[in-house]
Design a binder for this molecule. Structure first.
Ligand SMILES: Nc1ncnc2c1ncn2[C@@H]1O[C@H](COP(=O)(O)OP(=O)(O)OP(=O)(O)O)[C@@H](O)[C@H]1O
Ligand SMILES: [Mg+2]
Length: 237
């Protein structure tokens, strides 16, 4: 198997009021080349899971096994751009000099709909535009594993749809494995090969979705999947 296996993952935080057990022995398999979407209510530990998988924090227990070398990119809940760098330089930030490919950068800027804003500073962009720069920056390093933490939550409906399409295109073109966090059930159904429900510090349920893209959210299979997910979310609440 070429993906990522997470076994018995534990993470707690110590607060003044006591210990907060966020992840309590979580098991999850991320299949190579698949989009795994983690769904769960606010505060259930989705960002914590991404931070652990991305190596930004250490777990208290359990293990994360990567089966092949990977180039990882992260898109956070907020854009985290360098305020003093323009759009182009933010996108190329993190690339080594030899890796910078002006034609590829131009294509990525087109893809995220920011042509004409190459020289703009983050303060001159809307929140949604800043988030698109963050996505472009992640794509610029040609990652094989992309972790995305509610990356499209700040975008309007139409931009969100086009970014979802773009993400699917990127996956087709690169075969990247994607771990995607969202609150939005329809977004999960649009993107996922597998939807995983995070609740009580574990993966409480998993819903494989073996439908081709683009998907019709009103087709019988997805209506049924939505019902099952809503029921599982209700049961977990
Ligand atoms: N560094 C930290 N120190 C203490 N507690 C933390 C820390 N990071 C996260 N937590 C707590 O862990 C819990 C899970 O946080 P996390 O950010 O993973 O939630 P989330 O599922 O991503 O929520 P949201 O959907 O609102 O982004 C929360 O109760 C949060 O207060
Ligand atoms: Mg979060």
């Amino acid at each position: 198997m070429d993906g990522i296996e997470i076994r018995g993952l534990k993470k707690s935080y110590t607060l003044e009021s006591g210990t907060l057990h966020v992840l309590r022995g979580l098991d999850l398999t991320l299949e190579a080349g698949a989009i795994t979407v983690v769904l769960g209510k606010s505060g259930c530990g989705k960002t914590t899971l991404l931070r652990l998988v991305g190596g930004l924090e250490k777990p208290d227990g359990g293990e994360i096994r990567f089966h092949s070398p990977r180039k990882t990119a992260f898109v956070f809940q907020e854009p985290r751009l360098m305020p003093w760098l323009n759009v182009r330089d933010n996108i190329q930030f993190g690339l080594r000099r030899g890796e910078i490919d002006p034609a590829a950068t131009k294509r990525i800027i087109e893809t995220v709909g920011l042509t004409g804003f190459e020289s703009a500073l983050p303060a001159q962009l809307s929140g949604g535009m800043q988030q698109r720069v963050a996505l472009a920056r992640a794509l610029a390093c040609r990652p094989s594993f992309i972790m995305m933490d509610e990356p499209f939550a700040a975008l309007d409906h139409f931009t969100r749809e086009s970014m979802q399409k773009e993400l699917l295109r990127v996956r087709e073109a690169t075969d990247a494995s994607i771990l995607f966090v969202t609150h939005a059930i329809d977004e999960a159904l649009t993107l996922a090969d597998k939807v995983v429900l995070l609740s009580g510090g574990v993966c409480a349920a998993a819903f494989p979705i073996a439908l081709p893209h683009p998907r019709d959210l009103m087709c019988d299979e997805l209506i049924q999947a939505r019902r099952s997910i809503v029921a599982a979310l209700g049961a977990a609440a």
